[in-house]
Design a protein around this ligand. Sequence first.
Ligand SMILES: Nc1ncnc2c1ncn2[C@@H]1O[C@H](COP(=O)(O)OP(=O)(O)O)[C@@H](O)[C@H]1O
Length: 182
Amino acid sequence: MEDGLGQKTAPVIVITGTPGTGKSTTASMLLEASPIPLKHLNVGDLVKQHGLHDGFDEEWQSFLVDDDKVIDELEPLVAPGGVLLDWHTCGIFPERWVDLVVVLRCDHTLLWERLEKRDYPLKKIQENNEAEILQTVLDEARDSYSEEIVVELRSETVEDMESNVSRIVQWIENWQRDHPAS
Ligand SMILES: Nc1ncnc2c1ncn2[C@@H]1O[C@H](COP(=O)(O)OP(=O)(O)O)[C@@H](O)[C@H]1O
């Protein structure tokens, strides 16, 4: 969505966090609750569907992502605004794209249980569990964007998820108020 001057009329929100912290579930709830239509881009799915990688690592059961291909694919989708970017990493998204970065956090024991249910290999569960303990994604977000746009939110219970969605909706309403259509 752009106005006639090429200005965004809706924000770009990144929802990130260690796998299993609740990004996709929160994103689905947010799409329903948002006061403006948002396009949900699950970047992991796009990597698979559009071959934005250099193959599959059997040992880690994950794709070897080609960052340049991801950026080229996303650029035209993100430029108009009104986008929710959902990925377990965020540092590759250029600062100019992003209006808000939501980092979901979860107790590491709970995270372990969630990932076990996904049948991840043990070393992948361990790697993600350690990343959550070391707050790797939060640090990446803080290193990549100005602190005012990075928000850390706990996502352990359904109540957490509902309150997180409400907070993001409130943020979108404020963004709209601060960016009136010209
Ligand atoms: N805040 C929460 N409360 C209860 N269950 C949650 C919460 N966040 C995530 N889950 C559950 O954890 C699992 C992983 O969530 P998902 O949204 O797929 O995570 P991600 O997209 O970050 O990998 C799902 O079964 C989801 O229902």
